[in-house]
Design a protein around this ligand. Structure first.
Ligand code: GCU
Ligand code: CA
Ligand code: CA
Length: 516
């Protein structure tokens, strides 16, 4: 994917010959497209720090209002709301165009807020010889409005189908999710520079309800409303702004209500140096044929490296440390993997356990902290304080998280919310790793009430599912059911060897498909 540097465009430095060639090109372009020169995107727009708006009392212009545009460093920005910050310095601005002679004159004027644009048909709506290419950019230079149609580069999957039974679409049809919460469509785009971008969708919603989507792009999130268009053949646009990182970005639009998403004709992003990226089989489940189940990939694609051992971070408290049996579940987990011919290693700041297991040097690292809680509460330290460093220093591919037992005694109320915050932090800090969140093994010690474990455990699967639906690489593993009390506990709280072995088997089966 192109990762071009932002050219420092300065009109004053342009040579006359260059200018002449540009004029010729523009004349040709205008002649071809029938557009007038007045569509030049930045014409008449103030340049920072010449603010477009004054306070109501009057005085000097000192800010921009929602929708106002401003040029900054050769780029055109639009204010998302009242702002007096430097364009691109925060989320109050969206980058919408480039201010040179190649600037696109997109008819949409790039603003998503025009969501009431005419409901039917652009010129290229689905007449058979539609000129709407499946994945188009309005210019071959850096300034593009990338438009991604169904089943073309950058369209990575729909939880549902690509249909063509309702007219008015462009390209080959539209993406139709199943009508349920969490159903999603995924795209992948590449942007040269980090910043805020407008994301836009052309859609139809023939139901009478507003359908809301949650958009997730590398940890940033926003909601998008897709209000009714009155009929499935009536199309309009809606969108939102999100912060994107330089390089590839997964754009996940997920239904926030049980109605699913509206029908999506295409996804487009106006801006400088934006392009559709290869989906490359990474993130979550796509629509149809997804994994052809080779032994090295699972529902989340390649989690472990092609070469070398898969790096596993055992993360938690004394049960991860292996209290009572140094090495804990890690011993049996390593043994099972070796016997199955899978290559794994453990990473983390700490180390304990035997030196060899199954005839191989045992990787003794882990991130298990005896007595620690989820977050720091009631005078105890939370494992969250180990994020991102040192816990993630070795760039784990898989993170096994079993945490909360010490919260049972320290501060049971709110432990589920604390777990969710910890999970969120891991997902953001280690976006490429597969996070495996366990329910707690049972307790037979009254100061660590098992009834609270049962309550806490019951909340974990839904929390994990919420994250999976948002496109994160996260799964749940049930470490509670099947665990026998008291025979697999050493002291009423920590597993004995049999208990640790049971844990190892559960972990192993949850990640086996990713190991090789
Ligand atoms: C109708 C329509 C579909 C749409 C569905 C929905 O069946 O034809 O295209 O996806 O409603 O409610 O989502
Ligand atoms: Ca649908
Ligand atoms: Ca389409």
């Amino acid at each position: 994917m192109p990762k071009k540097q932002l050219p420092k465009f300065s009109k004053r430095k342009v040579s006359m010959t260059f200018l002449y060639r540009k004029i010729l090109l523009n004349v040709a372009f205008i002649a071809l497209s029938g557009m007038s020169a007045s569509t030049y995107a930045c014409e008449g727009v103030n340049e920072y720090p010449n603010w477009p708006a004054k306070d109501w009392e009057g005085g000097v212009p000192n800010h921009a209002n929602a929708g106002d545009q401003l040029i900054y460093q050769g780029l055109l920005y639009q204010a998302n709301w009242y702002t007096n910050s430097i364009p691109a310095s925060d989320s109050s601005w969206s980058l919408i165009n480039r201010c040179d002679d190649n600037a696109s004159s997109t008819s949409s004027s790039s603003s998503y807020s025009s969501s009431s644009s005419s409901s039917s048909s652009s010129a290229s709506a689905n007449s058979s010889s539609s000129s709407h290419s499946s994945n188009s950019s309005s210019s071959s230079s850096g300034n593009t409005t990338v438009t991604i149609q169904e089943n073309s580069t950058g369209f990575c999957g729909v939880d549902g189908s690509v249909d063509s039974n309702n007219t008015g679409y462009t390209g080959d049809g539209f993406a139709n999710t199943d009508n349920a919460s969490g159903k999603k469509i995924i795209w992948k785009i590449n942007v040269a520079s980090a910043g805020n971008y407008s994301l836009e969708w052309r859609y139809s919603n023939g139901s009478s309800n507003n359908r809301t989507g949650t958009i997730t792009a590398n940890g940033s999130q926003a909601n998008v409303d897709f209000s009714t268009t009155g009929a499935w053949f009536s199309w309009t646009t809606s969108g939102t702004n999100v912060a994107l990182q330089a390089g590839d970005n997964d754009i996940i639009l997920s239904a926030a209500t049980n109605d699913g998403l509206p029908n999506i004709d295409f996804f487009s992003v106006p801006g400088y140096d934006v392009s559709a990226a290869e989906c490359s089989g990474s993130s979550s489940s796509s629509s149809s044929s997804s994994s052809s189940s080779s032994s090295s990939t699972g529902g989340f694609g390649n989690v472990c490296p092609a070469v070398g051992p898969c790096r596993i971070l055992p993360f938690g408290d004394s049960i991860t440390d292996g209290y009572g049996t140094p090495g804990g579940y890690r011993i049996e987990l390593f043994e099972i993997a070796v016997e199955a011919g899978k290559s794994i290693t453990f990473v983390g700041e700490k180390a304990n356990g035997p030196s060899t297991v199954a005839g191989k040097p045992f990787p003794r690292n882990h991130q298990g902290h005896s007595g620690w809680t989820i977050e720091s509460v009631a005078g105890k330290t939370g494992v969250i304080t180990k994020l991102p460093s040192p816990a993630l220093n070795d760039d784990p591919n898989i993170i096994l998280l079993h945490i909360g037992t010490n919260d049972l005694k320290a501060m049971p109320s709110g432990m589920d919310q604390r777990l969710e915050r910890l999970v969120d932090k891991i997902l953001v800090e280690a976006p490429n790793a597969l996070l495996v969140v366990a329910s707690l093994v049972p307790s037979d010690k009254s100061s660590y009430p098992n009834s609270i474990i049962i309550d806490y455990n019951a909340k974990i699967p839904a929390m994990v599912k919420k994250k999976t639906d948002m496109g994160y690489k996260i799964i749940f593993v049930d470490q509670y059911n099947g665990f026998s009390i008291p025979t697999e506990l050493a002291d009423g709280l920590h597993p004995n060897e049999a208990g640790y072995a049971r844990m190892a088997n559960k972990w192993y089966s949850s990640v086996e498909q990713y190991l090789h």
